[in-house]
Design a protein around this ligand. Sequence first.
Ligand code: PLP
Length: 415
Amino acid sequence: MFDPKKVKKDFPILSRKINGKPLVYLDNASTSQKPKSVINTISNYYENFNSNTHRGIHTMSEEATIAYENTREHVMKFINANLPKEIIFTRNTTEAINLVAYSWGEENIKSGDEIIVSAIEHHSNLVPWQELCRRKNATLKIIPIKKDLTLDLPAYEKMLSKKTKLVSITAMSNVLGYMPDLSKIIKAAHKVGALVLVDAAQSVAHLPTDVKKLDCDFLAFSSHKMLGPTGVGVLYGKYEILSDMNPFMFGGDMVKSVEQHKAYWNDLPWKFEAGTPNIADVIAFDAALTYLEKIGLENIHKHDQKLLKYAVAKFSKYEKHGVSLILPTYKSATFDSSQVSSILSFSIKGIHPHDIATIFNDEGVAIRSGYHCSQPLIEHLNLSSTARMSFYFYNTKADIDRAEIALKKTIKLFK
Ligand SMILES: Cc1ncc(COP(=O)(O)O)c(C=O)c1O
């Protein structure tokens, strides 16, 4: 097991001060911090072999191409995909989902078809499907959420029919930390012949991901939430499905040959990577994966669980002061942590979450407030927004103690 205190030293930003106090970074669900190895890889690329990929025969172009394609192989191994061709680099999770909504959706969704999402989706896994349904006169169905803030899976099973063409579901809610039973959801969808896209933007940084075991058809995630740079996302797709899909964007690199009035598409995965890609950041993403593997995803998950339980125990003591923990299966200090990971949303009666986040910031504690790009869920909870702490492996119990100090100060100031 790693020592979070030692690990912190690998992240230069974590030694900075905010408002004169050592930074406690609890906004990891928005984006993670980057270790020195990732930062160094970016400068090494620009200092030593900055070149365009796939185009040149000169040494540096070859080095850049090899490093870029190495990351693809690494991602393939990281999520246990079959082939590098199944890994497409995008800008982020949002673009990966839009790629499917356009390339697969335009060809495969017809009037009267149905797409299923859930009530806990990030806007990135909701709006592209709303738009596809609008363009195609298809119907978007939404798996409801139960009172205990878990998904109503019997209701989902009733929704499935021959009309269902796609189920697009999060592996981990960015508001609740809740992880739905994906294996059950995927098996049920496949029984009616529907494909399944998994939005793994949150989960992939916290738990081992195995696309073969899951048997999902697509999986989307972002490098920036898992120690890597911003501007790099991944779409995994099963080879046969990606092969049948049309390109998403058109131009250089995605073509094999071009005539004046017609073009012929490149092989996978380049068919989906039009134009010069984000070379430096893809290469640095490799260093992020190496770092995560060194720590171990199982170890990260165990650490997340410990921190979450510790935070719940601390924050639940303030329920009498109007603090509500927005946690699936939670009933005053007891909850089934097996379905939840690394995220604790909360509200305080009578205090706006932006005010909570401001006081926390005064104390050097970075948390998020707002509706976290999940407006329908927040409205379903009858809230206008929440405050959210999200943990990672470099956080410690001492960080949560600092958050508790900020909580006490907030309550004192506003009550
Ligand atoms: C569950 C989930 N899906 C999708 C996204 C979108 O990720 P990105 O902004 O990197 O495209 C996020 C970002 O917070 C997320 O938490």
